[in-house]
Design a protein around this ligand. Structure first.
Ligand SMILES: CC(C)(COP(=O)(O)OP(=O)(O)OC[C@H]1O[C@@H](n2cnc3c(N)ncnc32)[C@H](O)[C@@H]1OP(=O)(O)O)[C@@H](O)C(=O)NCCC(=O)NCCS
Length: 308
């Protein structure tokens, strides 16, 4: 019997169909998350056509589009940037298509980090195929006069271009953290440095805002960071806390709260809301954000499967 859902290499798919599907997902980012991805995703179609961004398009037996996915091999891990599907069967066919992709052979693992609502039954589908799956909560908080009126803590300083120190801090801060590290899968300093560089130089998580990002410095001549908060502009009046880390030697002393409070006090002059992503297994960070007024707004699926 013919399969109801077939996939094709999207490099050869017609441009109008791909554009419609990708624009639908871009619109969902905007409407659901207040996140304008039109800048970073402008490269999707040119990269698709040239084969630089591999992906699959799913169709029903008469050729109607049902969904798509795109993925990229980065430093030995296949990073899946989107899975969008009309129904659970399409979700399953796309996930199986990713696992059968030739790029997987050269990768140590497949990492998924996508908007949950885009693909029905995605967490179950990934779990049943051997992925370790984590829900990431997308939290949002309106910025108000109360944020603006917070008095800055003297220890909190401007960012001042501390990218390498921030990578070192992340490497220390996440060393013992459980869960999937989508952007530094092996937790090496090189991966953390590449990740911090991508937050600053790339726009995948919005445009980096050095004037709103904050650090707490310590050590000899203040070269070691004790805390860091990186903020970016999602383009719709939303400021995004793209990273927050505190040195393990100085936890529970209020550094995270002081750093984020200071950053949001400044951000509230130009932005109307703040957002962030936090793993549902990260209770410490969630308690901090909830106590600051962040609330659930949407969710992402983050998952990893090592090659077996
Ligand atoms: C999450 C993290 C940033 C908190 O930093 P911190 O400086 O220890 O946090 P603070 O001292 O400012 O604590 C603020 C609030 O967070 C909550 N909290 C922080 N650590 C907690 C823990 N281990 N257990 C329970 N609640 C915790 C508490 O509500 C706390 O308020 P309280 O001390 O008045 O009860 C830090 O643990 C860290 O760097 N973790 C690894 C990286 C990470 O998870 N980053 C966040 C990614 S979204």
């Amino acid at each position: 019997m013919d399969a109801r859902v077939r996939t094709e290499n999207w490099a050869g798919s017609d441009a109008a169909t791909v554009r419609t599907l990708v624009e639908r997902e871009m619109r969902a980012y905007l409407d659901e998350l207040g996140w304008d991805v039109s800048g970073p995703w402008a490269v999707v179609d040119p990269a698709r056509r040239t084969g630089q961004l591999p992906g699959l398009l799913a169709r029903d037996p008469v050729g109607r589009p049902l969904g798509w996915t795109a993925y990229l091999a980065l430093e030995g891990h296949l990073q899946v940037m989107a899975i969008a599907a009309a129904d659970a069967e399409t979700t399953a066919v796309l996930v199986d298509g990713i696992l059968a992709a030739p790029q997987v052979r050269d990768c140590r693992s497949v990492i998924v980090c996508v908007r949950d609502a885009a693909a029905p039954r995605l967490p179950d589908t990934l779990t049943s195929r051997g992925f370790r799956v984590e829900a990431y909560r997308y939290l949002v908080k309106p910025l108000t006069d109360a944020d603006r009126q917070q008095v800055p803590a003297a220890i909190v300083q401007p960012w001042n271009g501390r990218r390498h120190a921030m990578a070192l801090l992340c490497e220390r801060a996440y060393r013992d953290a459980p869960g999937v590290r989508a952007f530094a899968p092996d937790g090496t300093l090189a991966q953390w440095r590449a990740y911090v560089d991508s937050l600053i130089d790339g726009n995948g998580c919005g445009e980096f805002l050095p004037h709103l990002s904050r650090v707490v410095a310590g050590g000899v001549a203040g070269r070691r960071l004790l805390a860091g908060a990186m903020l970016s502009d999602l383009g719709t009046g939303t400021v995004h806390l793209s990273q927050l880390a505190v040195d393990p030697s100085i936890r529970r002393k209020g550094l995270a709260r002081a750093t984020v409070t200071d950053a949001l006090a400044e951000a509230s002059r130009t932005f109307v809301r703040a957002s962030l992503l936090v793993s549902s297994s990260n209770g410490a960070a969630a308690r901090l954000y909830e106590s600051m007024g962040f609330r659930d707004h949407a969710s992402f699926v983050v998952a990893q499967r090592y090659r077996v």
